[in-house]
Ligand binder design. Structure first.
Ligand SMILES: NC(=O)C1=CN([C@@H]2O[C@H](COP(=O)(O)OP(=O)(O)OC[C@H]3O[C@@H](n4cnc5c(N)ncnc54)[C@H](OP(=O)(O)O)[C@@H]3O)[C@@H](O)[C@H]2O)[C@@H](O)CC1
Ligand SMILES: Nc1ncnc2c1ncn2[C@@H]1O[C@H](COP(=O)(O)OP(=O)(O)O)[C@@H](O)[C@H]1O
Ligand SMILES: [Mg+2]
Length: 279
């Protein structure tokens, strides 16, 4: 099947005006898990993006070293030590959308956290698997739960997960491996592709001004926020991918580099534009 572009029409169908009779519970409980002692910034950026993307209630489970920094930047987030596996399981089970992996790391503690999350998720939950969580699944050959799975690998992470070297990552090979894995695959690169069943979408936007650590962590948080709010999971993911790079392209008109946190701050303005009736 031909590769389809992600279009603004998909965003207009997805990001709708909020009903007046609604509350934070209407817009989803997002739980994000990651950020070890070395990579605290990754989970802070993912959490920031989920909140700016409109998640109703956001809880982050991370290494205790990151709690003060996250609270200082995002008081909207609730924060818990990810070593408390009982609480991790409880919070994960209560979530609509889970994001696991930004800055999680790949040591034994990280593996226990990931295994606890994967054991607790259920079919109705969205689970976005990013960064270190992809690496752990690949290196430990972990079995995947029945849930609405979304993987967000860059090309090297896709190599580890699929076994396809970057030069083997052709459309036909990618589709075959994506179907074997199941779920939605966001293959991040210059023109990011989104694979679901037999369909492949390509993001028309994106700029090398985005090549800054944390840019993918930000996308993972946006995917968490959008999948919590918008029922059509494929359209939610396509919308997150499109807006993420559209903001970057707009900022890059006048800026040599675009920071991940700058993207997050712009998300509500772009969502508003897509939610307005077309004149
Ligand atoms: N501030 C923080 O806390 C941050 C924390 N972070 C966290 O760090 C963890 C590890 O994630 P990671 O992505 O940094 O490392 P890894 O998976 O080894 O990938 C890099 C290797 O892949 C290769 N490569 C090939 N193609 C590529 C492509 N298209 N895009 C990207 N890379 C590509 C690349 O090749 P190179 O050209 O550099 O030789 C290199 O060999 C993860 O949990 C993440 O969330 C980061 O987000 C940074 C900010
Ligand atoms: N040259 C580029 N053109 C378009 N998008 C890019 C470019 N370089 C990086 N990006 C985007 O930035 C993000 C990088 O993701 P990732 O490597 O996971 O970052 P990190 O783990 O540091 O947060 C992806 O969304 C990717 O599409
Ligand atoms: Mg990444």
């Amino acid at each position: 099947m031909a590769i389809q572009p992600i279009t603004e029409a998909i965003l207009r169908q997805t990001i709708r005006k909020r009903p007046a009779d609604s509350h934070k519970g209407t817009y989803g409980r997002v739980v994000l898990i990651g950020g070890n002692a070395r990579y605290g910034g990754a989970i802070i950026m993912a959490t920031t993006a989920a909140i700016y993307a409109g998640a109703g209630l956001t809880t982050t489970l991370t290494d205790p070293l990151n709690i003060t920094a996250l609270h200082a930047r995002m008081p909207e987030a609730m924060v818990v030590d990810f070593h408390d596996l009982k609480l991790l399981r409880e919070l994960t089970e209560a979530a609509n959308s889970i994001v696991i992996g930004p800055g999680l790391g790949t040591d034994d503690d990280s593996l226990s956290v990931l295994q606890t999350v994967l054991a607790g998720v259920s079919v109705d939950q969205s689970v976005t698997i990013d960064g270190s969580a992809i690496d752990l699944i690949a290196s430990h050959d972990l079995s995947l739960p029945q849930a609405k799975l979304i993987f967000t690998p860059h090309e090297m992470e896709w190599q580890r997960l699929s076994g396809l070297s970057i030069s083997q990552q052709t459309p036909a090979n990618n589709t075959r491996l994506a179907q074997q894995l199941g779920g939605i695959i966001v293959l991040k690169k210059h023109h990011t592709q989104v694979l679901f069943e037999e369909q492949t979408f390509e993001n028309p936007g994106g700029t090398p001004a985005m090549a800054t650590g944390g840019m993918g962590d930000t996308l993972a948080g946006m995917v968490g926020g959008f999948t919590a709010q918008f029922a059509n999971q494929l359209n939610a993911v396509l919308s997150a991918v499109f807006i993420h790079s559209q903001i970057a392209d707009d900022l890059a008109h006048n800026a040599y580099v675009v920071l991940p946190t700058q993207i997050s701050e712009e998300i509500p303005w772009y969502m508003k534009q897509y939610s307005l009736p077309q004149s």
